[in-house]
Design a protein around this ligand. Structure first.
Ligand SMILES: [Zn+2]
Length: 156
């Protein structure tokens, strides 16, 4: 399942990526027709909170309307509608750009801060040229994903 989020659902994009879903978002103010065409071309499901977009002739079967307001409500609604598994493939994609992460090689690991353990799993995004490892940030995110995976959707 590949997803495309409209600008109103931006906050959810990094969480979907963190869970491992191929998720894109477009720049602000993109026209409905452009969004839907993109979704169609790339066989993505468009997630939107825009009722008007749903009136578009291309929206049928290609777009899903969410009624939520807060991010945790959107996560709950999305989970219900699409059976999102928040433990699908955690941290397999770059949260910033959606690119599949690779295991960092020795040369890339040279960019790590000195306090990162030598046996730590380190992932690399070739597009952002960034390293990701199990620091406190990733741990916090894992806890968050685990809560959602367990059906616990609460304001933070
Ligand atoms: Zn990236």
């Amino acid at each position: 399942m590949k997803l495309l989020c409209d600008e109103m659902l931006k906050g959810l994009v990094r969480w979907l990526r963190a869970a491992g879903y191929d998720t894109l978002t477009l720049a602000d103010g993109e026209e409905d027709g452009v969004l839907l065409q993109r979704a169609e071309n790339e066989k993505r499901l468009l997630l939107t909170r825009d009722r008007q977009l749903m009136q578009h002739r291309r929206a049928n079967g290609r777009a899903i309307l969410l009624e939520c307001n807060e991010q945790y409500e959107c996560a709950a609604e999305l989970t219900r509608l699409l059976h999102i598994d928040w433990h699908y493939r955690p941290f397999s994609r770059c949260m910033l750009c959606n690119t599949p992460l690779q295991t960092a090689n020795d040369e890339q690991r040279l960019m790590l801060p000195v306090d990162v353990q030598a046996d730590e799993l380190v992932l690399y995004c070739p597009v952002c040229d960034k390293l990701f490892w199990e620091g406190s940030h990733v741990r916090r995110m894992r806890t968050h994903l685990a809560r959602w995976a367990g059906g616990e959707f609460l304001p933070r």
